[in-house]
Design a protein around this ligand. Structure first.
Ligand SMILES: [Zn+2]
Length: 276
């Protein structure tokens, strides 16, 4: 029956999604609000700060008993509609303690590694997955082989890792832990459902390693480059000029990780590859 509600898309039993407009980074323009359960539901990341989008979400949610508003993490393109939806539904707000510490509203249910989120159509296990955000969590349902992935992956682009909160070593370790559960479906915060989840996670990990290798070869070819120079070398022609500052944050994240591994040294803002 839910198929007939405009704006609400059914993915599988107990999983539906309502994409809402949000102030996120291009190429994404929306955030997925996941609806877990059939009648008594948990909703994930009611993201939109725009009143007309909040109203639309609220109208669609009228057909459910919203029991819990769950946040994958604290970023502004995930939490903009929390207070509005909390007001109309009276649902409790659930998040990791590190997310609780960063938001202005009250979080009444704390979720940590191993916590279980119950709905009327199954249980979702919580994994704490830092790397993109300290308090980031994902949810896994073994029966459905589905994972609510938040901002750990996106079908639209690479995930932004913004140091110091963005930390490549943690991000890779979190992706590995997600991969060991072999999810078929990844339900990301932005973009379409990913149907080859385990392979997608492996590719995402491999992509990060190849980016690190690319930075090492750039430095091996021309030692003593600054962050801007390395970023231009890697991204020139691939992304619009305006995005270079964002790309710089990504490159910095990789450089920090490589420094930690002893593969790069930083002398007064100039980076050098260390010969193995
Ligand atoms: Zn985020």
């Amino acid at each position: 029956m839910n198929d007939q509600i405009e704006g609400l898309h059914r993915v599988c039993p107990g999983v539906q999604v309502i994409p809402v407009k949000s102030p996120t980074l291009p190429p994404a323009t929306t955030t997925n609000v996941w609806v877990l359960g059939e009648h008594h539901v948990t909703i994930v990341d009611p993201a939109s700060p725009y009143p007309e989008e909040q109203e639309r979400l609220d109208e669609i949610l009228e057909m459910f008993m919203v029991e819990r508003i769950l946040l994958t993490h604290h970023h502004h393109d995930h939490i903009g509609g929390v207070e509005a939806i909390q007001k109309t539904t009276g649902a409790k707000i659930a998040a990791h303690p590190a997310t609780r510490d960063k938001v202005k509203f009250e979080v009444s249910e704390l979720l940590e590694e191993g916590s279980v989120v119950d709905t009327d159509s199954g249980f979702w296990k919580v994994l704490h997955t830092p790397g993109h955000a300290d308090g980031h969590i994902v949810l896994f349902n073994g029966g459905l082989s589905a994972m609510v992935a938040g901002d750990m992956v996106s079908g639209l682009s690479s995930i932004l890792l913004d140091p110091p909160e963005g930390e490549l070593g943690q991000y890779l370790a979190s992706l590995e832990r997600m991969r060991t559960l072999s999810p078929e479906l990844l339900l990301p915060a932005h973009g379409p459902v990913i149907t080859d989840g385990t392979a997608f996670l492996a590719e995402t990990i491999a992509h990060r390693h190849s980016r690190s290798t690319q930075i090492i070869s750039t430095l091996a070819a021309t030692a003593g480059q600054g962050l801007k120079g390395i970023t231009k070398h890697i991204y020139a022609g691939l992304i619009p000029e305006d995005f270079l500052p964002i790309a710089e944050r990504q490159v910095l994240c990789h450089l920090r990780w490589l420094e930690g591994k002893g593969r790069v040294v930083n002398a007064d803002g100039k980076y050098h590859a260390v010969s193995p």
